[in-house]
Design a protein around this ligand. Structure first.
Ligand code: SAM
Length: 215
């Protein structure tokens, strides 16, 4: 029997157990300053609550190519946990095969997106995600996989306003949809955020979700 994330129940249990135990620079305090709370609503979600919320969509968090966008990602409290869960799934399926492990780990990272108003938070979010990714693959800065991951994060994590859907320098927010086509090759299509979210029907042509149909 398989469950919706493609893992058998036994694999699902092992995936949870194998999640990388990472001590990173995530914001563990719930606030940084009263000013930031008042000005930006900056209150961080505690780890136990993040895990509980992600468990509501557990199968999706353990599917390597499910896409997650956090429109107010802070320093990545949710995105970090999503990446850890996806990498646990990579380890279970491809852990013994170095080539596949690297490329599916990169695909997992490619499926994580964030928008954040404040420059220091988005930089911290970027650092947290790259740390987890490189710690998992044991790659250094000169490695091609590291450079690919850095580039992906520069596209997927944007400093901007999720309400106006514009970047900090006034450009429309656009995201890349990455896909793994095998043999170490990826493809990319770009979508404007306002077009994606403004689609009257998710099935509109050109939407990220067009292949899912109206449901
Ligand atoms: C309540 S905190 C949550 C951070 C993180 N998601 C968490 O749960 O720990 C909200 C974050 O959203 C950012 N933010 C506030 N308004 C925003 C907007 N219009 N667009 C993008 N980010 C925004 C703040 O800077 C802050 O980092």
């Amino acid at each position: 029997m398989t469950i919706p994330n493609g893992l058998t129940p036994d694999e699902d249990t092992k995936a949870t157990a194998k999640m990388p135990r990472i001590v990173n620079k995530m914001s563990t305090g719930l606030i940084r300053s009263k000013e930031r709370v008042a000005n930006h609503g900056e209150v961080f979600t505690p780890p136990w609550m993040v895990e509980a919320m992600l468990d509501l969509v557990k199968d999706e968090t353990q599917r390597i190519d499910s896409r997650f966008l956090e429109p107010a990602c802070g320093s990545g409290n949710f995105l970090v946990k999503v990446l850890q869960r996806k990498l646990a799934a990579v380890e279970l399926k491809y852990g013994k095969f170095d080539f596949e492990k690297r490329h599916y780990a990169l695909l997992a990272l490619m499926c994580i997106y964030g928008i954040e108003l404040l420059a220091d938070n988005i930089a911290e979010c970027n650092a947290n995600l790259i740390y987890i990714f490189t710690d998992y693959l044991k790659v250094g800065r000169s490695d091609d996989t590291y450079r690919a991951a850095s580039f992906v994060l520069s596209c997927n994590l944007l400093q901007g306003d999720a309400l106006t859907m514009r970047t900090h320098d006034g450009q429309p927010i656009a995201f890349a949809e990455w896909g793994y086509i095998g043999k170490g090759k990826f493809q990319r299509r770009d979508f404007r955020f306002d077009v994606l979210t403004g689609s009257s029907a998710f099935s509109a042509e050109g939407s990220l979700f067009a292949h899912l149909g109206k449901h």
